[in-house]
Write a protein that binds this ligand. Structure first.
Ligand SMILES: NC(=O)C1=CN([C@@H]2O[C@H](COP(=O)(O)OP(=O)(O)OC[C@H]3O[C@@H](n4cnc5c(N)ncnc54)[C@H](OP(=O)(O)O)[C@@H]3O)[C@@H](O)[C@H]2O)C=CC1
Ligand SMILES: Nc1nc(=O)c2c([nH]1)NC[C@@H]1CN(c3ccc(C(=O)N[C@@H](CCC(=O)O)C(=O)O)cc3)C=[N+]21
Length: 307
């Protein structure tokens, strides 16, 4: 009989996120009871992209479950940039709203950079405004992007001190890759950022104690690219045809990450699944950022939200 292959610990992002949402809910309840401040989040979505609709619905439901105010603004595809900017100005001025999130991508006729720049940096719970990018880079308090923040929380919960570890982040987007690299640098990892022009990704990956994949290519990262015992964080959310050919023919899809999960789990020490890994943490961190923004707006020190 052959021994079962070694198998990584599966990092349960869904459970960790549920715990974080509970802690945010409790802290928000105390904020409201003691200071009369109920954290409020406004989510703005332009157009009908079905995947975005699902995330926006999840955000709204989770926000309300946490006892926070949640407003969703659904604008039609042909909304002008001026109309969107006017809505943002109104939300900036609304003292009951502490967090503003504009779902990306926006339709092509709208300049995303101009829209992100219009959000009050202190309400920018996505952390995409250049002021918050600068704060993260310099290492002063600001709003940290939700997905990388969630990845970092999972890594610290699993590994404790990250200092001195080799971290490879693949993907250099402003939403995930770049802020992820900044956070890992802040934890004193030795950080390499890889992208589509990187030469010999497999050899580079084999040096990684921490591997964060944010590429958007289904199961691109194979098992033999992973350093034995490494911690693998899979950010990718990719829709591929259902395994069942009949369902696939009906257009049914399933979600996979950027990592070939079964192969990588045979080599890695720890790995996040997709779904149920990073995705739920993104939403939990959005609530955490909204709570933090509400505290700061009221001049109150936020409670620590660590496990
Ligand atoms: N779980 C969650 O909460 C979230 C998940 N996501 C998912 O994460 C993934 C990445 O998202 P995002 O950062 O917005 O994506 P982008 O498309 O903005 O960036 C993708 C990055 O991957 C790089 N890349 C593309 N192909 C390769 C390749 N063959 N080899 C190496 N690098 C490559 C690109 O390099 P280059 O710059 O050279 O083009 C780019 O830097 C997507 O699957 C997305 O759906 C995103 C946000 C939140
Ligand atoms: N301004 C802005 N901020 C964002 O943070 C933002 C955005 N725009 N545009 C789109 C991406 C994507 N994103 C996800 C959020 C939650 C899950 C999530 O909850 N995923 C679950 C379910 C996955 C599924 O079944 O579809 C999981 O991975 O388990 C995934 C992806 C946030 N994004």
């Amino acid at each position: 009989m052959t021994a079962a292959p070694p198998r990584a610990t599966i990092i349960d992002g869904k459970a960790f996120a549920a715990g974080l949402v509970d802690r945010v809910a409790a802290a928000s309840g105390r904020l409201e009871a003691a200071h009369g401040v109920k954290p409020g989040l406004a989510v703005v979505i332009v157009g009908e992209d079905p995947a975005s609709q699902i995330y926006v619905r999840n955000k709204g439901e989770t926000t309300q479950r946490a006892g926070m105010r949640s407003d969703t603004h659904r604008l039609s595809d042909n909304t002008s940039e001026a109309e969107l900017l006017a809505l943002i100005a109104a939300l900036n001025a609304d003292s009951g709203i502490h967090g503003i999130l504009v779902q990306l991508p926006l339709p092509a006729h709208i300049d995303s950079a101009a829209v992100l720049a219009a959000i009050d940096p202190d309400k920018d719970v996505d952390g995409f405004h250049v002021v918050n990018v600068g704060r993260l880079s310099v290492g002063v308090p600001g709003m940290v992007p939700c997905t990388p923040l969630g990845c970092l929380m999972l890594l610290k919960a699993e590994l404790g001190d990250l200092s001195g570890l080799n971290a490879v982040v693949v993907g250099r987007s402003n939403i995930v890759g770049k802020p992820m690299a900044q956070l890992l640098l802040g934890e004193s990892c030795t950080v390499t950022i890889a992208h589509s022009r990187t030469r010999d990704l497999p050899s580079l990956f084999r040096t990684a104690d921490i591997l964060v994949a944010a590429v958007g290519r289904p199961e691109m990262i194979r098992g033999d690219w992973v350093k034995p015992g490494a911690t693998v964080i899979d950010v990718g959310i990719n829709r591929v045809p259902s395994r069942d050919p009949v369902k696939a023919a009906e257009g049914k899809t399933r979600v996979v990450g950027d990592v070939a999960f079964e192969e990588a789990a045979a080599v890695a020490g720890r790995i996040t699944p997709v779904p149920g890994g990073v995705g739920p943490m993104t939403i939990a961190c959005l609530l955490a950022n909204t709570y933090t923004a509400a505290c700061r707006a009221a001049g109150i020190e936020p409670e620590p939200l660590d496990a």
